[in-house]
Design a protein around this ligand. Sequence first.
Ligand code: C2E
Ligand code: MG
Ligand code: MG
Length: 288
Amino acid sequence: PGSTATGLLQDADVALSEAKRDGKARWRIFDLSMADAAMARLETESALRDALDQNEFVVHYQPIHQLSDNSRTGFEALVRWNHPTQGLLSPASFLSVAEDSALITVIGAQVLSHVCSDMQRSPHGSDHVAVNVSAIELAQPQWADATIDTIVESGVDPARLTIELTETAVMSTRRDLSADLLRLRELGIGIHVDDFGTGYSSIALLRDLPVTGIKLDRSFVSSLNDPESQSYALAQGLASLAFSIGLIGVAEGIETPVQSAFLRGMGWTHGQGYLFGKPAALDEWALA
Ligand code: C2E
Ligand code: MG
Ligand code: MG
């Protein structure tokens, strides 16, 4: 009652977007809180556009260590929004809007350029850097070309770079990624499956794509000690899986020496987490 045809269509569109965000084959009933949320997302989207113009995205680095001797082998690059009034924002507060609006493709390109120029300062260094790539980026036919161009033009040894993609990202894209990923592999770029164990079809993906490593999701690591959770057995099984098909195994979210020792005993070769260091700006680390 009281709504106009245009208003009704707009509201239906808001409910449609909500339903899509939650996954396929579902319905949602429009309510006013949805309209508020949609308005907030629009505001974030417009702020993201300004942020891109103003170069407000910065890259933080979190160290990745070899568990056998605790030596550092490289970093994961993690984007942050240096917001003019709210300070440093983590991806949780803007990534989903960036993905819905496809602005993530521009942000992702900026992150890769930042990383390559940071690495250029030590072109023959030994630190590897892993960069996250989202489903929306993978869906772009020109993504592989653009990625390769940026890396090759920077002069950084491609073998020092790894891209991290999630199982869900790979499954949700309609494109066949194997040819693109093979081209990256031929240059020596590594391909790791992020948040392993939380998505779908993980095992087939390891068979069908030229993957070089898996990252055990933090949720397994945080519940290693919980006898109810079966995380211990699963983490152990996934370590043998990684080992038997020759993949690098990185455990995420290691916060205690006990977790590190457990994971190392299971066969996880690498680890990342607050125990080794929190993500921080490059001046806190010397990228070697
Ligand atoms: P991710 O790739 O799985 O990155 C690991 C996340 O876990 C990071 O959160 C990191 O700060 C956090 N973390 C690391 N060690 C610990 C720990 O010991 N304990 C706890 N509680 N947390 C830990 P962050 O930086 O907020 O990033 C969240 C997600 O946002 C990332 O998850 C990644 O999926 C996405 N992301 C980050 N940067 C980019 C980017 O440049 N492009 C894209 N497409 N996605 C990105
Ligand atoms: Mg990652
Ligand atoms: Mg992860």
